[in-house]
Ligand binder design. Sequence first.
Ligand SMILES: [Fe+2]
Length: 388
Amino acid sequence: MPSILARLATKAKENQEAIVSQPQDPQLATNPLYVRHSARAKADKPPIRSSPLGAVAQVRFPSGSRREMVEGILAQDRDLVAGSFGTVYYKPVTVCGIELKLEPVQPSIGTVVHGIDLATDLEDSEMVTFLRELWLQRRVIMFRGQDHLTREQMVTFAQRFGELGAQFGEREHMPNSPHDLNQQVKVDGIPNMLVLPSDETVPNAASGWHADATWQARPPMASILMCREAPPVGGDTCFCDCYGMWEGLPLEIKERLERLTAVHIGSVGHQMNGVTPVAVHPVARTHPETGRTTLYVQQGFVRRFAEEHGVPEDEEKALLWRMKLQEGRPEYTCRFRWEPGSIAMWDNRCVLHTASADFWPHRRLMERLTILDYDESRRTPYYAPVEY
Ligand SMILES: [Fe+2]
């Protein structure tokens, strides 16, 4: 039996051959955009440096040749994962007769729930209630070893927490953009699932802080991500606590921001029939379940405040910058390393997330579902002012 390192190295090698010969999903093989993107790899050129994926690759192994970079980075990877630590800290709890271990990822955000089978252990509503409360408290909960879940079972899992959303939440705006390769991959029987291949020819690693689909008038409550293929190192997703982002702002800034709304604009990949989605939301958002305030601005989709406020350009710039500085501060942020079968479920109302596009020449394959709040009255963001 080859060691795990030898297996990873073999898998990475196989992937490299696949990148230049065939896509992760055969549906992309004849897509003109895919074919255009893959031309660089076929010509032995490394990924474009101006992309995060290419920039990290360049930092890790500067070289003119793609092949040399692949070999160099694979050698670094073998070195980086050459050993492991055995100590993991957790809190033991028993729910519905099942012994769980809750591993905190960071003090304020993220818990990995060990000891549960999401295909069979959620029949009892007490378990669902427990997980929902944990999720509200910890913002994002993660699971490992769930690769046996079929896509249909993922849907069942999602529906225990709310109403299954479309690929981008509400059905009012359902993107059908030819510019987003992820949307070209269709899942038989589950149109609501978004399949997210990531490699150098499909470089949409979603790197950049955002909450999902805030350009919708009623953005999805939650998202679930399942990892089907993971790089041996890299490709983590980072999650940032928006309660912390709000709390970290100086009082005078909070007092100014809480009276403002911001314009959230989707990208070209979010267009439906050529129309770019736009929504206006309060900058300070009251979480409809916890009642606490979150900073509801992420500069992936927000460039300006609503015009009606008449915020002078200089002040607008300064305020956007103050908010930007809150994104991804280590104190509010946790980082989750993916393995095939890892799942994360996060609260889009109080969490930003970003992928780490550092895994080239490896690949990553994810599946995403969105969840809408059962209670429709809680779907539209609002702000109920609080005293400071
Ligand atoms: Fe996302």
